[in-house]
Design a protein around this ligand. Structure first.
Ligand code: ARG
Ligand code: ZN
Length: 852
């Protein structure tokens, strides 16, 4: 029974006020709820309350005991008048909650996760985002085990209850949907700080962790203060409570959660210092802290009417956190990273059986729609609106949106309407980005005359499940022409809005042969297929003055030659790739971070996506051949760059030093591909001398790829050194599960039996299963055993934690991209999953859609 967007109905009953009391105990917690409910509109339907795995102890209506009645799993309460007080008392068992939705225990801490539909696992309630309530919450627990008691909003009162128990009362003055509810109880220490908002209010900030982790919260605290200041500067958004708390827990289904005034995070996105977290991890901490903080306006003050509108808050908030990262670091490097993520995670979604628009039309299980499409393509859609309207009108649009809809639960349509009203633009065709799935392909051909040029553009949007035919979309393309002889921008950058199926754009004053620089800055999330002249892509890779377009040209060049060799079956033509990479390495003007990105070959997954029925072993073989050729052919350049990059200051997290470390890792990997013996020595030395996790982890990965002789000592050292740090041990698992080649499965099976492995912890499971499934030459063993292993993991994990289990289905769903022998085995694995009795909705939906 799918839920459909078009079936939306306003809630029958509203719940303006909620009082909750928790008698906390990991084994059995009693939750008392007092809901003031009011009839919404003239109907005579009863109040229906969602509830899941709740033991109902009592029900009262207006103070009088009432006999409970259940229909389709809901508690149905018949009410006479237009307002009532409904009281329930339920018991729940947090320590038995392995789904990590609702109230659960993580390493002795009690915490909650309610988005999307976890609140119903805490108490009976209309669990939907358009019911907004004011909450008053009383927490009571044993003082020794749970000295800290936190909830949303501001603390009101605290005290003793006798028998070693204490209580704390909290109130959140802002009406909110129940998915933003949160409580935490535990033995936590606090990194305290404060922030003064633009109107001069002081906010107490707290990051709550286990005592031993306190020193690792400094970077997250700085990121929080930077985020608060950035949102004031960039969007005019000010924080609104006296307190802002972040709590870190080790068992968490995803990254973090924006609960009002009480964000709860996966430890992975809070705890970081340079010895135990790589530069990439540290950047991710800042980005996620910013993301959750920004939700306070884009998500909490203005929330979603229903879950089909998820991109309203997630697409917008990702776009906001991207802007923050661009301003804090290098915009060009950030953009390359964003596009890489989009291509690695979202393009395959759009091209496969799970394709859906950023505003889906139906779902079985909403947890399956927290996707790269809703988040990352959703962010690209907001970015395109800013590109089309201009930064100023965009800002007026967001001002209008936050002002008009403050305190409301609204739709994507409401957001677009604000953009239109503030700018005067007509976005009716642009709205197709919300309803049509699939990545558009833009074909481009530049036709040159004596004094001008004509750019012929055409768009195709592929059929996707449920959407056989598409309408042309509005696609903003930043375009410039570069002189083939002068190397200059002979036609300056302009914005071309492609909104027909075909369109011609003309340029005047083009008096030398021109090269086409298109989709600069990745102005639209599309695939560009441009007809290129001889030498054009090489020239753009060497000199496009838009750094993203320059990176892109390099990737296009590499992809062209790799794909040609993969499909032709013969040896690889490496000359053009060597020349381009060599020029990049020798350049005096490019910065190191850009160089690191530009010399990296497109990933095996990306190449598979571009092929018709790929043989992953062949893809791996060809790509390795090119890496070897680069390592030998450019050994001098690589060695020089490696040595120069070794000067990075280990104590510095500046963009320049991070860029040097990135380049050092990239050059080390290529050097070792060219000369394994030399690579092993270099990597071992880098490992031994490492002062940062960035250096240590990249050296370890290179050693691991060189085989057990090179890697065993370092892997053992790494484990012994970081045994007590779960986040680093996750890396130890991930590195070994990401080694290319068919032998990796054997290591993965051994790791699964390792005492430190557990399926109950999502980070650990992702480190092993996610890394393995993300390594094509390891996962796609010809005998299909990689698929069988993953299917077994999904079935076993599903019994504990359906949401996390479901995240591993997508790799099996990519069978249409793989040669028929393996594809049949992938389908077999999916069928075996589907045959399992008692499968969750989560896994069932994705596995059945994946088979098609
Ligand atoms: N709103 C959270 C965030 O973007 C993520 C919640 C994910 N929920 C889920 N059921 N997958 O930060
Ligand atoms: Zn979010």
């Amino acid at each position: 029974t799918a839920i459909r967007r078009e079936d939306y109905q306003a809630p029958d009953w509203l719940v303006p006020e909620v009082e909750l009391a928790f008698a906390l105990d990991p084994a059995r917690t009693v939750v008392t709820a007092r809901l003031s409910v009011t009839r919404n509109g003239g109907h005579d339907r009863p109040l229906r309350l969602d509830g899941e795995e709740l033991e109902l102890l009592s029900l009262r209506v207006d103070g009088k005991p009432s006999e409970p009645r259940f229909e389709d799993g809901r508690l149905v309460v018949d009410l006479e008048g237009d307002a009532a007080t409904v009281e329930t008392e339920v018991a729940i068992a947090p320590e038995k909650n392995s789904q990590l939705m609702g109230l659960y225990a993580s390493g002795g801490i009690l915490c909650t996760q309610c988005e999307a539909e976890g609140f119903r696992r805490i108490t009976f309630f209309p669990d939907r985002p358009d019911v907004l309530s004011r909450y008053r919450v009383r927490l009571e627990a044993d003082r020794t085990r749970f000295p800290v008691l936190l909830a949303n909003g501001n603390p009101l009162e605290q005290g003793e209850c006798g028998d070693g128990r204490h209580f704390e009362l909290w109130e959140d003055p802002f009406p909110k949907p129940c998915y933003l509810f949160a409580i935490v109880a535990g033995d936590l220490q606090c990194n305290r700080d404060s922030f003064t908002t633009m109107s001069g209010r002081a906010v107490d900030l707290g990051i709550w962790v286990r005592e031993a982790d306190l020193p690792k919260t400094r970077l997250a605290m700085q990121a929080l203060k930077d985020s608060m200041a950035w949102d004031e500067r960039t969007y005019g958004r000010e924080y609104d409570l006296d307190r802002f708390n972040i709590v870190a827990v080790s068992d968490f289904n995803f990254g973090a959660m924006e609960n009002k005034g009480l964000n709860i995070f996966n430890t992975r996105y809070v705890l970081a210092d340079p010895e135990t977290a790589s530069d990439g991890d540290i950047d991710a901490v800042a980005a996620v802290v910013a993301h959750e903080y920004f939700h306070n306006w884009s998500g909490n003050r203005v929330t979603c009417r229903d879950w089909f509108q998820l991109s309203l808050k997630e697409g917008l908030t990702v776009f906001r956190d991207q802007g923050f990262s661009e301003d804090m670091g290098s915009e060009a490097v950030q953009r390359i990273d964003q596009v890489r993520t989009l291509r690695a995670a979202q393009f395959p979604e759009d091209a496969g059986p799970l394709a859906h628009p950023i505003r889906p039309d139906s779902y079985l299980e909403i947890a399956n729609f927290y996707t790269a499409t809703v988040y990352n393509k959703g962010a690209e859609v907001i970015r395109m609106m800013r590109t089309i309207l201009g930064a100023e009108a965009y800002r007026q649009g967001t001002d209008l949106y936050f002002e008009r809809h403050d305190g409301q639960a609204v739709t994507c349509e409401d957001f677009v309407a604000c953009m239109e009203e503030a700018s005067g633009a007509d976005l009716s065709q642009f709205r197709l980005w919300y309803s049509q799935a699939g990545t558009p392909t833009v074909r481009a051909r530049l036709e040159q005359g004596a004094t001008g040029a004509a750019l012929h553009l055409a768009q195709d949007i592929p059929a996707t499940p449920g959407q056989p035919a598409k309408q042309p979309m509005a696609i903003p393309l930043k375009v410039a022409l570069i002189g083939a002889e002068s190397g200059r921008e002979i036609v300056p950058e302009r914005l071309v809005l492609l909104n027909g199926a075909e369109q011609v754009e003309t340029f005047e004053g083009v008096d030398e042969p021109a090269f086409l620089s298109i989709n600069r800055g990745f102005s639209a999330p599309v695939i560009v297929a441009a007809e290129r002249r001889q030498g054009e892509i090489e020239a753009l890779a060497a000199g496009d003055n838009d750094s993203f377009a320059r990176y892109e040209a390099g990737q296009e060049l590499m992809t062209r030659d790799l794909l040609a060799a993969i499909t032709a079956g013969g040896p690889v033509a490496t000359d053009a790739i060597l020349a381009a990479v060599g020029a990049t390495l020798r350049s005096q003007s490019l910065d190191p971070a850009f160089k690191a990105d530009a010399i990296a070959l497109p990933s095996e997954s990306l190449l598979i996506d571009k092929l018709d029925r790929a043989d992953p072993a062949r893809v791996h073989q060809v790509r390795e051949e090119v890496r070897r050729a680069l390592g030998t052919g450019l050994r001098d350049e690589l060695s020089r760059a490696y040595t120069a990059a070794s000067a990075a200051d280990p104590a510095s997290l500046s963009g320049a030093d991070k860029g040097l470390r990135r380049l050092r890792a990239a050059t080390l990997a290529l050097l070792s591909a060219g000369d394994p013996q030399f690579g092993a020595e270099l990597a071992q030395r880098q490992y031994d001398e490492a002062r940062t996790m960035t250096e240590r982890q990249s050296a370890l990965m290179v050693l691991a790829m060189l085989g057990p002789d090179a890697a065993t000592a370092a892997l053992d050292d790494f484990y012994a050194r970081f045994e007590d740090d779960p986040l680093v041990i996750d890396k130890w698992f991930a590195v070994q599960a990401s080694i290319p080649g068919e032998a990796t499965l054997n290591a993965v099976e051994r790791l699964q039996a390792h005492p430190a492995f557990t399926m109950a912890n999502p980070n650990r499971l992702r480190a092993l299963a996610g890394s393995f499934a993300g390594t094509p030459s390891a996962f796609h063993r010809a005998d299909g055993r990689g698929y069988d292993w993953l299917a077994d993991v999904i079935v076993a994990a599903d019994k504990l934690n359906p949401q996390t289990a479901a995240r591993f289905v997508a790799p099996l769903g990519r069978w249409r991209k793989i040669e028929e022998g393996r594809a049949a085995r992938m389908r077999g694995a999916l069928q075996r999953i589907l045959a399992e009795p008692g499968l969750s909705k989560d896994v069932f939906e994705l596995a059945s859609k994946s088979l098609g």
